[in-house]
Design a protein around this ligand. Sequence first.
Ligand code: GUN
Ligand code: ZN
Length: 438
Amino acid sequence: MTTTLIRGRLLSFHRAPTSIDDSAAYGYESDGALLVKGGQIVASGTYAAVKASAPEDAVEIDHRPHLIIPGFIDTHLHFPQMQVMASYAANLLEWLNTYTFPEECRFVESAHAERIATRFFDEMVRHGTTTATAYCSVHKASADAFFAEALRRDMRMIAGKVMMDRNAPQGLLDTPEMGYDETRAVVRDWHGKGRNHVAITPRFAITSTPEQMEVAKSLVREFPDLHVQTHLSENRDEIAFTCELYPEAKDYTDVYARYGLLGPKSLFGHCIHLSEREADAMSETGSVAVFCPTSNLFLGSGLFPLRALSRRDKPVRTSVASDIGGGTSYSMLKTLDEAYKILQLQGERLNPFDSFFMMTRGNAEALSLVDRIGTLEPGTDADFIVLDMAATPAMALRAEVVNSLADELFLLQTMGDDRAIVETYVAGRPAKSALVAA
Ligand code: GUN
Ligand code: ZN
């Protein structure tokens, strides 16, 4: 088995930074190296120390002067929405009904789902995202296409067949029974195969009847280790419609609570307009609120209160994601650039160490997967990326006057995109250059 020694500047977080000066939150090696074998990081540290521990026949790859960090993690996106991105709509519900639902109907065809899955994984690799938490469509074929491609590329992915049985076109509806049977079939066929994880995925309360929500509850009971993902409190009209559909619930969050869907492996997309009571319920159950900056701006949904949620006496766990195709970029760098601006509009700061923590270790913690991804620690998966802060002429000019790591990260976040990703390593193998070569 080949051992690879990868040299460059290394950055990996130990915990969330408390300020821009909190250098104890991360490890940085100006001349560092990773030793990789069998898809895992086996050593990480100074080049001199790692080189000394490497076998003589280790293959050496030199990425100096670039920066090596863990692969980006995107905790909420929709793979059947690649051709929905950039659709002109006034708000969430118009966007769903006019563009998104009709487009997702096409995923009943395996050939279409397979074509889009291939393109989806290409974009992930191109943009440096090595793990994503994805919604497939309602069709089992879409989940089969997604997981087969993830397996082929040996990527760590979380995804679910969407359950939805009302308020959408006929071609996009299952039934409570189908939702149950097909989710179980997806678990049987894909969970734990390669690096695949299956998530229980009721789309949102508007598109599931109470009977289907009961099914979601049964699935969570049956498979308590699986992730759960849905949408919550994204748009005022969505909230009002949900409360009409579930009049017995105290509020939107209570709909999910009544069906046992809150918990430490539950990811709730958006959570922009939560009441204090709802935030308490999220906090008490360890549920995760997923911030989707480019989508929230694009659909005019609102400003995610990141600081208000984490600063509470009962803090809410948070995470950050692209929400493709409501989101407008595959790039987590662009996503954090927009997150920064959303915090600016609220009079809050998001320093570059916060951003890079969130895209890597922070999102791994939100997924309860930090033992596998999100850091450069020995014993974890060798999913990491190589970043170039001078990737474009404009970035190179700006980089001439960069004189700290914080400046470099901020330049990458503010001006960078897929062009700043020199290489994406998946399970220790260079996947981005392989894409270009193919
Ligand atoms: N709520 C329910 N479905 C969706 C979706 O596909 N995208 C977004 N942004 N919100 C949703
Ligand atoms: Zn979404």
